[in-house]
Design a protein around this ligand. Structure first.
Ligand code: ZN
Length: 672
């Protein structure tokens, strides 16, 4: 099943647990640039993006934000879509895993795997990482997750299992026969050695939460989020539908030509997904391309580091072309790359403002001034070796750019295009058309025409090549060149010397005004303000309790003055124990208080604490906390509180943050 003349490309569907940031933008614009170029090559192209919305993590995040999982997913998914729309991303479809068309397709795939004998019912007891939605095999209770390092939780579940173990040899054979299936090479090698190490059957259903797609005929179970999510690449085309239109689209575009992913989800895409497809007897995608991480000034962007950069800041200042160009030019695709505002502004000025922007404005304004805005005739007699050299370089640039782009070497392809820009800018400086224009003889006039024709033609070539990467500015330059709509341009036919003589230029205006030095500072300030706003909205929802109704804190972080020293004996008077919250509920009439029943090993205590604005009671059940066990009982709102929960106190409002442990620890253990 191979469909020549079509091209189907996908981004990963983004998990709605996090707001869109520049890392998501990076993946999306890489796909957008590829899709735009395919269309310019006359290929029938389908570009899919979307959001992944199920799973326990979303259920918990929604509870923390005080809304339903559906409302939570709607909000974040909407933010992704709005950002792509604002950036003019040319996706053909946006799939959400909460849509009926997706659920129908996932259930059809599940049923198909069941019918073919690849899914069976079994039971699992062991460790589970909620963050990665992943079972951790052969681990001790509480062992850290091998993927993310967070503590795992012990679960006992009756589940459906997929016979992944049966696919090991078939997968290895497939990787061997299709060397381009996984790229780059380093990722491919990792996958091959992982599969060689042996595959265990994969649990593909959950009963521990509800927010997912039910297993067909067994709605107690929801389908494993990764089986659910991966299927989007087919359900979006119409897999599982009987509608002839959907079936035709599926037949037309599947298998995908490119699944673009980040390197952290390689295993799911390169092992599980092909295994599901093989078991279901469906065609496999042609290639899976993994890019590296986008670091911020050399360190990984993360919520906890607070160094997440949002695309909006750059869109508001330098515009989308600047962001697109920077990410594809600066980062060697496949490797980790670094983002910084300094580097962004530097690139913007050197390559866009002084590079292609300068080439366009000087060439077009001289044609306007000296030739009344009509592309002049390049004289045959007044031709110099320098003119021929530009023509030859442009022709070579076309060949090289295509070859490099095809290999996903965006950075090299852009470097190639900008060598031509630099060469033409140099050519203009050396040939001084402005001086030639001052001489009024026939030969000089012919020479001037040749120089400006050569410059304009080189500009046309570069503009066409890089349109998929910087669509806005190149569309403007194209119009200024008098060539109409750049989207109509057929990239297959691009060659030197096609600029029609006498073409009338459009109105000439600068496309990339230079950014001054204050721009970096401005963007940093916008970014700080933006993350402050976001933190504020998130935390007012999740937190805000005062010290007043909390039992006295052990250590007051807000003081900063001199604290009287105590002896070890004084400290030993305080009995600190590990407790586990069994019951947690709001206290009527007191919006800051929670009533809890806490198991401290020897007994279950009632403790009342002022943490209601920071923690949803449902989220606390099962959580291990530190208790001051030998505190005099006291009454809060008529309820006896027998002990105190240890928490840090944050900021002026004294937001409580519960103390906890990274390792698993038995209830009742003493702290000393
Ligand atoms: Zn994990």
């Amino acid at each position: 099943m191979d469909n020549p003349g079509k091209f189907y490309i996908t981004t990963p569907i983004y998990y709605v647990n996090a707001r869109p940031h520049i890392g998501h933008t990076y993946t999306t614009i890489a796909c957008d640039a590829i899709a735009r170029r395919q269309r310019m090559l006359g290929v029938d192209t389908w570009f899919l993006t979307g959001t992944d919305e199920h799973g326990q993590k979303i259920e918990r995040s929604a509870a923390a934000a005080g809304c339903t999982p559906r409302e939570f997913a709607d909000r974040i998914s909407g933010e992704f879509r709005a950002l792509w729309d604002r950036m003019g991303v040319t996706y053909d479809d946006f799939i959400r895993t909460t849509e009926p068309r997706h659920a129908r397709g996932v259930q059809a795939l599940f049923a198909r795997l069941q019918e073919r004998g690849y899914i069976y019912k079994g039971s699992y007891s062991g460790q589970y990482c909620v963050f990665d939605e992943l079972y951790v095999d052969a681990a001790e209770p509480g062992a850290p997750c091998p993927e993310c390092g967070r503590p795992t939780e012990t679960v006992h579940e009756e589940n459906y299992f997929f016979k992944l173990s049966a696919m090991q040899e078939r997968l290895l054979k497939y990787y061997g026969e299709h060397p381009d299936f996984i790229r780059p090479e380093t990722r491919r090698n990792e996958v091959v050695s992982f599969v060689r190490g042996g595959l265990r059957d994969l649990s593909v259903s959950r009963t521990s939460f509800k927010w997912g797609i039910p297993v067909p005929n067994d709605p107690k179970h929801v389908i494993y989020v990764w089986l659910d999510a991966l299927a989007n690449y087919m359900t979006a085309l119409g897999f599982g539908s009987d509608d002839p239109k959907d079936r035709a689209r599926l037949a037309r575009y599947w298998p995908a030509d490119v699944h673009m992913i980040g390197k952290e989800i390689v295993r799911f895409h390169c092992v599980y997904w092909p295994a599901f497809l093989m078991a279901a007897d469906l065609p496999l995608p042609k290639s899976i391309i993994a890019h590296g991480w986008l670091l911020f000034e050399e360190s990984k962007m993360s919520k906890s580091r607070g160094n997440i950069v949002r695309s909006e800041t750059i869109l508001d200042t330098l515009g989308q072309d600047a962001l697109r160009y920077f990410l594809l030019r600066e980062i060697v695709f496949g490797q980790d790359g670094s983002f910084s505002f300094d580097a962004l502004v530097q690139r913007f000025n050197s390559d866009l403002a002084n590079g292609i922007g300068n080439l366009a404005s000087r060439t077009l304004s001289m044609i306007a001034r000296y030739f009344g805005g009509e592309v002049p005739y390049p004289s045959a007699s007044e031709r110099a070796p320098a003119d021929e050299a530009i023509g030859a370089l442009a022709q070579q640039t076309i060949t090289d750019f295509h070859a490099q782009f095809e290999q996903f070497q965006f950075s090299r392809a852009l470097e190639t295009a900008w060598s031509l820009v630099a060469a033409v800018n140099k050519y203009i400086v050396e040939n001084e058309p402005w001086s030639v224009a001052e001489r009024d003889d026939q030969d000089s006039r012919a020479r001037l025409a040749t120089i400006l024709y050569t410059s304009a033609e080189a500009l046309r070539v570069v503009t066409a090549l890089v349109h998929p990467v910087i669509p806005e500015a190149t569309a403007k330059i194209w119009t200024q060149l008098g060539l109409g709509e750049i989207r109509q341009m057929d990239l297959r036919e691009l060659a030197w010397g096609q600029l029609q003589l006498g073409t009338r230029l459009g109105a000439v205006e600068a496309v990339f005004p230079r950014a001054d030095k204050s721009m970096v500072e401005r963007m940093q300030q916008m970014e700080q303000q933006r993350s402050a706003e976001i933190t504020k909205t998130d935390e007012t929802k999740a937190a805000a309790a005062t010290q007043a109704e909390t039992a006295p804190a052990l250590a007051d972080s807000s003081g900063g003055g001199v604290v009287e020293k105590i002896t070890i004996d004084d400290f030993l008077k305080v009995e600190l124990r590990v407790g586990q919250i069994k019951v947690a509920e709001k206290v009527k009439g007191a919006d800051k208080l929670l009533r809890m029943e806490v198991d401290i090993g020897t007994e279950v205590r009632q403790i009342v604490a002022g943490i209601a604005k920071a923690y949803e009671p449902e989220k606390l059940v099962g959580r291990k906390v530190v208790i001051v066990a030998n505190l005099q009982p006291r009454k809060l709102r008529g309820l006896e509180s027998n002990g105190m929960i240890v928490a840090a106190s944050l900021g002026d409002d004294g937001l409580p943050v519960l103390a906890g442990f990274l390792e698993d620890i038995p209830v009742g253990a003493k702290l000393k």
